[in-house]
Design a protein around this ligand. Structure first.
Ligand code: THU
Length: 136
């Protein structure tokens, strides 16, 4: 795979610590915030399957823990490998899109697309008509 950005490479590194003994899909994610700092996350599974978590949300949690509630996510990169250690196309799941939108409404999201090219899209394209809680 060519054309990896710096953030893609960080996502690829994040995958190395993935804990995925059930799906054997190892996912790494990296986010860049408005401060310019980057944070990584990997998927963490659990024998009680629904308790497992996605790489993107782990990276976002790391960003919030480091920068606090005012953090703004500007870029997200995702990198995944399957049980045969082949790079796999993993667009972010719906739940992660919602979370990216909440903390990064202007974020761009990068992941492997068909044909080996990296897709790079605004989160608003990945999650049109997003739900947002209007405080009354
Ligand atoms: N997974 C992610 O980490 N991110 C996604 O956007 C989709 C799915 C993980 C969760 C689980 O550990 C594995 O991939 C299989 O669903």
């Amino acid at each position: 795979m060519t054309g990896l950005s710096d953030l893609d490479t960080q996502a690829k590194t994040a995958l190395l610590t993935a804990y995925a003994p059930y799906s054997h899909l190892r996912v790494g994610a990296a986010v860049r915030t408005r401060s310019g700092a980057t944070y990584r996350g990997c998927n963490v599974e659990c024998a009680s399957y629904t308790l497992g978590g996605c790489a993107e949300r782990a990276a976002i949690a790391a960003a919030v823990q480091a920068e606090g509630p005012g953090v703004e996510i500007l870029e997200v990169a995702i990198y995944a490998r399957n049980a045969r250690d082949e790079e796999q196309i993993i667009p972010p799941c719906g739940g992660c899109r919602q979370m990216i939108m909440e903390l990064g409404p202007n974020a761009r999201v990068r992941f492997l697309g068909e044909g080996g090219m990296r897709v790079d899209l605004p989160i608003t394209d990945l999650l049109p008509h997003a739900f947002a809680l209007v405080q009354g």
